[in-house]
Design a binder for this molecule. Structure first.
Ligand code: HEC
Length: 174
């Protein structure tokens, strides 16, 4: 840096370094303090996200993220019993380990026989299968061909309303 104040520098150069050099020395300290503070903030934000996920409140917030044009999509396999049967097999292979073979859910995994799922449009369910909700532990299923995703949705439509498990399921609502 060019010294703009030669007079001031002359005064201080006898015993110690010019003030500019000192403040430059402090900069790395300030920088690392800033880095520490911001990483603490990031850590705290991450932790609160994780602990939110651990409370396992399935509030259906994903529904708000579905764009209107996706919401309005119709299932080409609606009311098609063969498609629903194919969807049943796909459900057992891909979904049952989390949502249970009867789709009544497991601890920390929501039932798919709830009011929310029955009232969701075909398009909303298709959007959820395509995108998942990775932060809440729901994988995306874009690796399955779209037809197969529609077949799974046709199967879900055949399920009667769910019932609470007789035992071991105190926490899950609905
Ligand atoms: C690894 C476990 C896992 C697998 C496998 C899985 N899910 Fe999920 N699923 C979840 C979790 C956890 C949620 C809750 C996510 C949320 O609330 O945002 C969820 C949510 C859902 C929802 C929305 C439920 C609601 O009430 O909001 C639907 C619909 C769904 N899954 C369908 C499926 C289907 C169909 C499959 C198979 C293709 C599947 N899931 C496979 C864990 C899983």
């Amino acid at each position: 840096m060019p010294s703009s104040l030669p007079a001031a520098q002359e005064v201080s150069s006898d015993q110690r370094k010019p003030p500019q050099a000192e403040s430059r020395k402090r900069q790395p300290l300030l920088l690392s303090a800033a880095i520490i503070v911001s990483s603490l903030i990031i850590l705290a934000a991450g932790y609160s996200t994780i602990s939110f996920a651990q409370t396992r409140v399935f509030d259906g917030k994903w529904l708000h993220r579905v764009p209107d044009e996706d919401r309005a999509r119709k299932n080409p396999f609606a009311h098609n019993p063969q498609a629903a049967e194919a969807g049943h097999q796909l459900f057992l292979a891909n979904c049952a380990k989390c949502h249970a073979a009867d789709a009544n859910g497991r601890p920390n995994r929501p039932s798919l026989r709830t009011e929310r799922i029955r009232h969701a449009t075909d398009g909303e369910l298709a959007w959820m299968l395509q995108h998942g909700d990775p932060y809440q532990g729901m994988p995306q299923w874009s690796s399955l061909p779209e037809d197969q995703r529609w077949q799974i949705i046709a199967f879900l439509r055949t399920l009667p309303p769910g019932h609470p498990r007789p035992s071991s399921r105190s926490g899950s609502s609905m």
